[in-house]
Design a protein around this ligand. Structure first.
Ligand code: SF4
Length: 279
């Protein structure tokens, strides 16, 4: 494995194109905060989930990564001289669709000294995988929800037709008590699609079933070839306030990495391949 290319955003976020032994490539991201450095790791080359707004979904599924290839992204990024404090599995791929390798990687990262509170596995919502994860390994979990009802969610996240919202809620309620306290809800805000106050209120009703969630709102970063657009700042603020008024801790992900096209779940190797070809 090697770093084939790296671009740095204005805010210091670094996006890496990682070359694998068979010539395939994945992306990994380093996000720097005041006291922490978070690594966003890929678990697959491409993704089979085909979420309608996602650049990785456009690539289709190519193959799973091994434990070594997942942790290798961590090692390569540390080799540029940073100490990674947190890991999120929010890069390319659906982590629970590559279950054994992801569990192996979490265990290996814990052996490297990361506590379970510093490792988050983000899933689109595969109920059996969520239950298995809660049984097999200690880590935090995030659910990429993106819509407050099944009709809309099935359009945005096709796997919802197989595993509807309520099935995922039941699986999350089965997640071990200490860790389900930390469920992160990821919600990409798409202009005119899922960002109205009615959607926010519907989301609040849905989330009342889950104790201690934190909602992470992600204003969409436009992707070439995909029709969705980013909502206005005012709409994002109003959506956030509606959730806060309903009693939920809610954050809007800042534009970290925006100019490097480094939003989680939005990765495609296309732009970085161009950088690698240039260098
Ligand atoms: S958003 Fe995540 S699960 Fe959906 S297609 Fe993209 S990488 Fe896969």
């Amino acid at each position: 494995m090697r770093i084939a290319a790296c671009v740095t955003a204005l805010d210091g976020t670094e996006k890496f194109l990682i070359g694998l032994a068979d010539g395939k490539k994945v992306e990994s991201v380093l996000i720097r905060h005041k006291r922490t450095v978070c690594a966003c790791l890929s678990s697959q080359v491409g993704c089979a989930m085909k979420c309608a707004f996602c650049a990785t979904g456009l690539m289709g599924f190519q193959r799973n990564l091994s434990v070594e290839e997942i942790v290798g992204q961590f090692d390569l990024m540390e080799s540029v001289g940073v100490k990674i404090t947190n890991v999120v599995f929010m890069g390319m791929g659906e982590p629970l669709h590559n279950y054994d390798s992801v569990v192996g990687a979490v265990n290996l990262l814990r052996k490297k000294g990361l506590s379970w509170q510093k490792i988050t596995v983000s899933t689109v919502g595969l109920p059996d995988g969520i239950r298995a994860l809660g049984r097999d390994v200690q880590c935090r979990i995030a659910w990429s929800l993106h819509a407050p009802n099944d009709v809309l969610r099935s359009k945005l996240v096709p796997v919802n037709s197989r595993f509807p919202i309520q099935d995922v809620v039941m699986a999350l309620l089965d997640f071990p008590a200490r860790r389900k306290n930390e469920v992160m809800i990821e919600y990409v805000l798409l202009d005119g699609v899922n960002d109205s106050l009615e959607h926010a209120k519907e989301l609040a009703v849905l989330l009342k079933q889950l104790p201690f969630v934190v909602v992470n709102l992600i204003p969409y970063n436009s992707v070439a070839g995909i029709e969705f657009r980013r909502p206005s700042q005012e709409k994002c603020v109003a959506f956030k306030q509606a959730l806060i008024d309903a009693g939920f801790k809610t954050i809007v992900r800042t534009t970290k990495g925006l100019d490097a096209d480094a939003a989680c779940g939005m990765l495609s190797t296309r732009s970085l391949v161009q950088v690698a070809a240039r260098d």
